[in-house]
Design a protein around this ligand. Structure first.
Ligand code: ATP
Ligand code: MG
Length: 261
């Protein structure tokens, strides 16, 4: 099961990804959580202690590794391969917390569609490898949008979860994301409502989206408090744990073929 989570900035993508990662792990799944946001903060949403999280370096910042793996180190950067070996990297650089493997991938700055540099080649290969060859439940916490998935990898994602909050701007972003995702060949999209304060918020989202969401994360002071304390809402609140379990099950119910990982 390969799931990418996106949505407008600040809607609750990392919160949701962290909760789901823990809920899948508690259900017995192997979980590989990927922080693909340069402004990485998935670690705290999973509950990794701050001291441990501080020592983590994103793969995007490992220039020497990128140059070595792509061969750029041998040619002074004039030539390098676009499909470097990456199969050892997830296990080498991920840390494990409560059954969740966390890998910081980051993103290469200014890496537009046409960007080709050793770091970019390494990240592309790594993402392709993770989406195609890893046997865990992969959860990808992304920046807003799907552009960075790109044509080469979007098709390997089983489900795109777009997080929306009860506001017109987040719905507008969700629409743009759905449009772009369609262009990239990513057709399995589900929405999760976040920061919902009541029935009126739910009704707004359902009407503005024109479809039902697969789950709702209510506005919860415990989630905000967990963030302030640098811990996971999953550890702080039994209600969040229950919610995470039901969101996980709603996602599992969407699988066309439940025998598939
Ligand atoms: N359901 C909720 N109830 C209360 N606060 C929430 C909820 N979901 C998220 N928050 C708070 O909103 C803020 C943003 O959440 P989060 O970091 O998960 O969003 P994000 O979409 O990953 O943001 P970014 O775009 O910066 O990566 C955090 O302070 C978080 O604690
Ligand atoms: Mg985030």
């Amino acid at each position: 099961m390969k799931i990418a989570v996106t949505g407008k900035g600040g809607v609750g993508k990392s919160t949701l990804t962290g909760l789901l990662a823990r809920a899948f792990a508690d259900d017995g799944w192997g979980v590989l959580a990927i922080d693909a946001d340069p402004d990485a903060n998935l670690a705290s949403a999973i509950g990794v202690p701050p001291d441990r999280a501080r020592g983590l370096l994103p793969i995007s910042a490992m220039s020497a590794l990128a140059r070595e793996r792509t061969g750029a180190a041998d040619t002074g950067g004039s030539h390098f391969i676009l499909n470097p070996r990456v199969d050892d990297l997830p296990d080498r650089f991920a840390i494990t917390h409560e059954g969740v493997k966390l890998l910081l991938m980051g993103a290469v700055e200014h890496a537009g569609a046409g960007c080709v540099c050793p770091e970019h080649a390494l990240l592309r290969s790594l993402l392709k490898h993770i989406l195609n060859r890893r046997r865990e439940c992969v959860l990808l916490d992304m920046e807003a949008g799907v552009e960075h998935l790109g044509r080469g990898t979007a098709g390997d994602v089983d489900l795109l979860i777009v997080v929306v909050e009860p506001g017109a701007r987040s719905i507008e972003t969700a629409r743009r994301i759905a449009h772009l995702a369609g262009q990239l060949g990513l057709t399995r999209i589900a929405h999760v409502a976040s920061k919902v304060t009541g029935a009126a918020d739910s009704a707004f989202i359902a009407e503005a989206l024109g479809r039902e969401v697969i789950g709702t994360l209510p506005f919860d002071p415990d989630i905000a408090a967990a963030d302030r304390r640098g811990v996971s809402a999953y550890d702080l609140s039994p209600a969040c744990r229950d919610l995470a379990a039901s969101l996980r099950d709603a996602i599992l119910d969407l699988r066309p073929d439940p025998t598939k990982e």
